[in-house]
Design a protein around this ligand. Structure first.
Ligand SMILES: [Zn+2]
Ligand SMILES: [Zn+2]
Length: 90
């Protein structure tokens, strides 16, 4: 099954598979939120939180030839590898 981008950041253009992954890349207070790159997001133990997977973004670019969205291949959709472990930590 192909991975697809479910949460697309319009600010930085990165792709995420889940809301938790998306949320983790937004940093700072509301008024001055910034986007971190996927590989910059670290867990408390210093390991990278997100891992990139190859797939398609189907929500970022409107088709030029009609309704719907382009299917854009990408090798960088960010996801949290083990969401269950993360919940146990919290
Ligand atoms: Zn962003
Ligand atoms: Zn996307």
């Amino acid at each position: 099954m192909i991975q697809t981008c479910r949460y697309h950041c319009r600010t930085c253009g990165q792709h995420f598979t889940s809301l938790a992954a998306f949320d983790s890349h937004r940093s700072g207070p509301w008024a001055e939120r910034i986007c971190l790159r996927g590989f910059e997001i670290l867990k408390r133990d210093g390991e990278q939180l997100l891992e990139p997977v190859a797939g398609e973004c189907r929500i970022s670019i409107a088709r030029a030839d009609g309704p719907g969205m382009e299917h854009v291949p990408t090798d960088e959709i960010w996801r949290i590898p083990h969401p269950a472990e993360l919940e146990e930590e919290a």
